[in-house]
Design a protein around this ligand. Structure first.
Ligand code: PGA
Length: 240
């Protein structure tokens, strides 16, 4: 079964609009038994999504449970409202200054609170010639800090492909994702791990990604805000 994550990013502008999207997608997936949908709305709408019965991911969290950290949301708080997943290390957060070290602390804190981290890795355009080294470092910094039997989802998201329409060649993505799985197996003994692709996924290209052996699903940003478009993505994913 493929996993599709709807990353709403900092959208939509009201709870009512968030509710409309969530209701529409949950209604849609009622008849789709072969696709797993996880919805990642902004913090303010997490409870709503949870109450509607969705599988829900936060888009970030802090690395301490409580304390004098103005403006932060802790993994303990997420756990206490019933959230099961948290996206960490998204490139839009790395761009704002998050380092591999901070992300590793966040992953550890999330796991301590029984949240499943969705760890994003991927290279910038400038890093393309060194893609494998960059991804290896991103993975190593996290996996050196956690026991390898923990459940964690990886999203390979080339930074240059996010929100640009310039998606990665699906065969290249397949190679990178197979590299990620091999690396985690050989270096850390991690054998069962889901690796998703993210970066300008839409209803036209999702089929090309999901038909690859090592692509277990997709992290969808922009297209998850367009009801009909995302419904098509879910339908296609359900057919795998
Ligand atoms: P995009 O975003 O689908 O809009 O490229 C993907 C993501 O940021 O996770």
């Amino acid at each position: 079964m493929k996993t599709i994550i709807a990353n709403f990013k900092m959208h939509p502008e009201s709870e009512l609009k968030a509710q409309e999207l969530i209701d529409f997608y949950l209604e849609k997936t009622k008849n789709l038994s072969n696709v797993e949908l996880i919805i990642a709305p902004p913090f303010l709408y997490l409870k709503l999504a949870k109450e509607k019965g969705a599988k829900v991911a936060a888009q970030n969290c802090f690395y301490e449970d409580l304390g004098a950290y103005t403006g932060e949301i802790s993994p303990l708080m997420l756990k206490n409202i019933g959230i099961n997943y948290v996206i960490l290390g998204h490139s839009e957060r790395r761009k704002l200054g998050e380092t591999n070290e901070t992300i590793a602390k966040k992953v550890r804190a999330a796991l301590k609170n029984n949240l499943i981290p969705i760890l994003c890795v991927g290279e910038t355009k400038e890093e393309l010639p060194e893609r494998e080294r960059v991804i290896k470092e991103q993975l190593e910094s996290v996996f050196l800090q956690i026991p390898s039997q923990n459940q964690i989802i990886i999203a390979y998201e080339p930074r240059w492909a996010i929100g640009t329409g310039d998606f990665c060649d699906p065969q290249v993505a397949e190679k990178v994702q197979s590299f990620i799985k091999d690396f985690l197996k050989n270096r850390f003994g991690v054998s069962e791990i889901k690796v998703l692709y993210g970066g300008s996924v839409d209803s036209q290209n999702i089929n090309l990604f999901l038909s690859q052996n090592n692509i277990d699903g997709a992290l969808v940003g922009g297209a998850s805000l367009k009801k009909e478009e995302f419904a098509k993505i879910l339908e296609i994913a359900n057919s795998f």
